[in-house]
Design a protein around this ligand. Structure first.
Ligand code: EPS
Length: 402
């Protein structure tokens, strides 16, 4: 079982993640993991915090001479901004006289749409900062570090993960525009908004400029695509083993995600079955895969991978901090007051896409270990080779149809 826990506040010393259950013998490319962290920081529409941070994971445990040992991998990501927040975020009972940073007033005007109000009531906090420091999307840096490990495990067995942004606010790729894995890799990875259509991206960028000028924020949609996965991850036999459900939970847990789709997703409800389901055709040659001319199912049928690309869509709401604040109340007096303003982003959909890659990879790596379990990468490879040979043998027996 692959599992992970994160800890850390947005302006505390840093973020910690412990990833437990990785097999031994997985080579760790820390530069590539850090490149993923760098991608999460990017995207047009990000705020000033990202100019301060330069996220890098420091390996604390579980790796020796560049390979995992099988023990838990602990990673640390320092918050560079911590030096400016030591007075506000110090952990001792007394305020140290010599601590640097400003004395910040308590936050008492919850932002509609953020965890502020529900969190303050649930945990009985007078200062909403106790909520927002942990509810901040800064925590997703730790998830991306964990996801970087999962991505490297998937790559070690021949799979690969990418993503692209398909909509910012109402500006979207046409619904029938299928973006292939190769296209997303080639056109979206380094684009300002990570959109495959440059003309649409220019309009999206202008839309973000407009929202910023208006003191407003924007959401959007991203899609994660995973190619090269083996058949049979997940299971239909029990509700909590269905991989589509597990992926949905993981992507929905990303801050500000309000909807998740697999393949066609919500659009499946509006079309007849003949235009939703993917036909099954004989293999082109003995021993090769059955042919699926379309992949509207997003690589999952019955909650099980079918060998096609897994495609998971996340719909993100606009960020809750508005520079033109919405109406709220002062929690100390209950008088009407504009919501608090924290430094924030105008649009973080490209960053959410990278977090989406991480969360999807973590779920798929867990499902991979479940199916091909092995304490070392060598054993996993052996189990996968044997299973692939059994599937190929079946397909060799399949009759060839003209
Ligand atoms: C973020 C860091 C945060 C925010 C943002 C995401 O840093 P700060 O609070 O210092 O500006 O920029 O978080 C939110 C917008 C939010 O509402 O939680 C990050 O590292 O991604």
């Amino acid at each position: 079982m692959l599992r992970f826990l994160t800890a850390g506040e947005s302006h505390g010393r840093g973020l910690v993640v412990i990833v437990d259950g990785l097999p031994a013998g997985l080579p760790l490319d820390l530069d590539r993991l850090n490149a993923l962290l760098h991608r999460r920081q990017g995207g047009y529409g990000r705020g000033r915090r990202m100019a301060i941070e330069s996220d890098r994971a420091e390996v604390q445990s579980g790796v020796r001479h560049g390979r995992t040992t099988g023990g838990p991998v602990a990673l640390l990501i320092a918050n560079r901004d911590w030096v400016n927040w030591q007075r506000t975020m110090h952990t001792g009972p007394e305020m140290p006289d010599d601590a640097p940073g400003a004395n910040r007033a308590p936050v008492v005007r919850p932002r509609p749409g953020h965890a502020d109000l529900a969190g303050a009531l649930k945990y009985d906090h007078d200062d909403v900062r106790d909520v927002l420091e942990r509810a901040s999307a800064r925590e997703t840096a730790a998830r991306v570090a964990a996801g970087g490990l999962a991505i490297q495990l998937l790559e070690a067995v021949g799979a690969a993960v990418t993503s692209h942004v398909s909509a910012i606010a109402e500006l979207a790729l046409p619904p029938d525009r299928l973006v292939t894995f190769a296209e997303a890799q080639r056109l979206a990875v380094d684009a300002p908004l990570r959109c495959v259509d440059a003309a649409l991206e220019a309009r999206m960028t202008a839309r973000i400029d407009q929202a910023k000028a208006d003191g407003d924020t924007l959401g959007g949609t991203f899609e994660v695509i995973v190619t090269g996965l083996p058949v049979g991850l997940g299971s239909y036999v029990q509700w909590d083993r269905k991989l589509d459900g597990r992926l949905a939970q993981a992507v929905m847990s990303i801050p500000a995600i309000k909807g998740v789709g697999i393949g066609l997703g919500a659009a499946s409800a509006a079309a007849p079955g003949s235009r939703v389901h993917d036909e099954i055709l004989p293999p082109h040659a003995a021993g090769t895969r059955l042919v699926r001319p379309t992949n509207r199912a997003g690589g999952l049928e019955g909650g099980v991978t079918n060998g096609e690309d897994v495609r998971v869509v996340g719909h993100m709401k606009p960020i809750a901090t508005l520079m033109q604040p919405l109406r709220s109340v002062d929690l100390t007096t209950l008088a009407p007051a504009p919501a608090a303003i924290e430094r924030s982003d105008v649009c973080a959909v490209p960053a959410a896409a990278v977090v989406g890659e991480a969360m999807v990879a973590l779920v798929l790596a867990d499902a991979l270990l479940e199916r091909f379990g092995g304490d070392s990468l060598t054993l996993i490879h052996r189990h996968m080779t044997a299973t692939a040979a059994a599937v190929a043998a079946r397909l060799t027996r399949a009759p060839q149809v003209e």
